[in-house]
Design a protein around this ligand. Structure first.
Ligand code: ADP
Ligand code: ADP
Length: 238
């Protein structure tokens, strides 16, 4: 079964200045192992689309299925279980400035449910392995202020990936980065798919990111999927 399915999903925010819906009758299927891009102008509904997947925004109509769960039918406990399958990276990720890189990532593990959490002894190796994975094995003892923007973004990725989520949601993960550091972040996202088996959904305004990274992409316009692209990827990994 697809990992994400939206069927006739609509959302209008109450009290919004703009009377138009943020999502307007969206049908969308995303398959396991895809890297899926979401593009569109500011206000097109991209963030709302991501937020309905984790149950943070409740649609007015339609059906949202994520990893086999009917999101609209979930209670508090079900939503908590859903969210452990989803890793999230936002633009301007917030790291705890008084904690080391290693502690920032370890905290994400400690917040995961007791039943799935690695034992205390296994947490440190899991954190170090994930820092290696994002290319920051040498930075574990540093504090966020000592890192570059691209490195901080990769700490955010390590934090999102350390519990091995089936689905990774990224909102403009490269928006404040230069070309080199953007490539570093994209490489991590591609490896998350290839080596950790995550499905990745990435909001971006950068068509080069879509071309380099995504398998398919949707163009949103005023809350509707205007076009669905299959990307002929120009593989930056070579
Ligand atoms: P995008 O991520 O593409 O910029 P959003 O999903 O953030 O689009 O927003 C879609 C529309 O919904 C916009 O008109 C925005 O102003 C509106 N909107 C988003 N979030 C809220 C909210 N919490 N309350 C009211 N309106 C909102
Ligand atoms: P972006 O478009 O970069 O995703 P936005 O600036 O549109 O971010 O939105 C940032 C946050 O503010 C989101 O959580 C969104 O839901 C919320 N938001 C956006 N538009 C509105 C609005 N008109 N009223 C209230 N909250 C909003």
């Amino acid at each position: 079964a697809p990992i994400v399915e939206l069927a006739a999903v609509s959302k209008r925010y109450r009290g919004a200045d703009d009377p138009r819906p943020a999502l307007d009758d969206v049908d969308l299927t995303i398959h396991r192992g895809e890297i899926f891009g979401v593009i569109g102008e500011s206000g097109a509904g991209k963030s709302t689309l991501l937020q309905v997947l984790s149950g943070l925004v409740v649609p007015d109509a339609g059906r949202v299925t994520v990893a086999g769960r009917d999101v609209g039918a979930l209670g508090r406990r079900g939503l908590r279980e859903l969210r452990r399958d989803i890793g999230v990276v936002f633009q301007g990720i917030h790291l705890l400035s008084s904690r080391t890189v290693r502690d920032n990532v370890r905290l994400a593990l400690q917040l995961s449910p007791r039943s799935e959490r690695p034992s205390r002894a296994a947490q440190a190796p899991a954190v170090d392995e994930m820092l290696e994975f994002v290319g920051l094995g040498h930075r574990g003892g540093h504090y966020p202020a000592q890192l570059s923007g691209g490195e901080r973004q990769r700490v955010g990725l390590a934090r999102a990936l350390v519990a091995r989520p089936a689905l990774l949601l990224c909102d403009e993960p490269t928006s404040s980065l230069d070309t080199t550091t953007t490539a570093d972040v994209l490489r991590v996202l591609a490896r998350a798919r290839d080596e950790l088996g995550s499905t990745v959904i990435v909001i971006t305004h950068d068509l080069d990111v879509v071309k380099a990274l995504c398998d398919r992409a949707a163009l949103l316009e005023r809350g509707a999927v205007r076009e669905l692209f299959t990307v002929a990827r120009s593989d930056y990994r070579s």
